[in-house]
Design a binder for this molecule. Structure first.
Ligand SMILES: C[S@@+](CC[C@H](N)C(=O)[O-])C[C@H]1O[C@@H](n2cnc3c(N)ncnc32)[C@H](O)[C@@H]1O
Length: 222
């Protein structure tokens, strides 16, 4: 597959604006982990930008729906307590639920009314779903990352199976809320082209360092 002029770039900025630079139907798969709208605080007090408001929610997924190729997939983590808001935004963007993933943790990430031992993501299709590259189980294992690079860091090993199932080598994988770049690290290890966007300068730098190594120049700054 020919390299895309838009791919293999990471952008620092607001994805609702940055994604406007990408052409319609130019991305093969979106795997993303947006703010959960829960005012999250880690044990050491770190938060996530835009986790306290949903102004970005409809515009960001409208852009995701526009740049994704028809028939292709978006795998989006979400906060279960805010599922109705996410589903409304996805449907408005033409992204329809066609599956649902649960990752099982061996530890509890919090404990109030129940021990919280899972993460969830919807499998969404833009219009009529195409045939996946592989059929995988909708329950998957979860390894603890230690959140050393980001307060809500996702394990690369949890992201790799969905990337392998819903894209092929050489195709373009986008993460508009890339944080420390876990999706891009997983996608690149599977020989996919990657595009990432991150609002926080700190997390953007972490992602660039992870992708390129500590002494490499920053590829693109929005
Ligand atoms: C849940 S975290 C993603 C963590 C990531 N999966 C990882 O493994 O590091 C969501 C990220 O979205 C970023 N963010 C919030 N609003 C954004 C926006 N409008 N555009 C781009 N990034 C945004 C936050 O700064 C945060 O790093």
């Amino acid at each position: 597959m020919t390299p895309s002029p838009f791919a293999n770039r990471v952008y620092r900025g607001d994805c609702t604006r940055v994604l406007r630079r990408l052409p319609d139907a130019s991305v093969d798969l979106v795997v993303t982990d947006p703010p959960y709208l829960i005012r999250y605080r880690s044990r050491d007090g770190q938060g996530v930008l835009n986790d306290d408001n949903d102004r970005w929610l409809f515009p960001a997924f409208a852009e995701v729906g526009r740049v994704l190729k028809p028939g292709r997939f978006c795998v989006s983590f979400y906060g279960w307590s805010q599922a109705d808001r996410f589903l409304a935004a996805w449907r408005a963007a033409g992204l329809f639920p066609v599956g649902h993933f649960v990752w099982l943790k061996r530890y509890a990430s919090s404990r109030r009314l129940a021990e919280c031992k899972h993460e969830v993501a919807y499998l969404l299709a833009r219009g009529q779903a195409s045939t996946p590259n592989q059929i995988i189980p909708d329950t998957l294992p979860w390894e603890y990352t230690g959140n050393t690079l980001h307060p809500t860091q996702k394990p690369v090993s949890a992201l790799a199976p969905v990337i392998e199932a819903y894209s092929r080598p050489g195709e373009i994988v986008l993460d508009p809320f890339m944080g420390s770049g876990s999706t891009l690290v997983a996608a690149r290890s599977l020989k996919r082209q990657v595009i990432g966007v991150e609002l926080s300068p700190l997390h953007y730098e972490t992602a660039v360092t992870r992708l390129l190594g500590p002494r490499a120049p920053i590829p693109v700054a929005a």
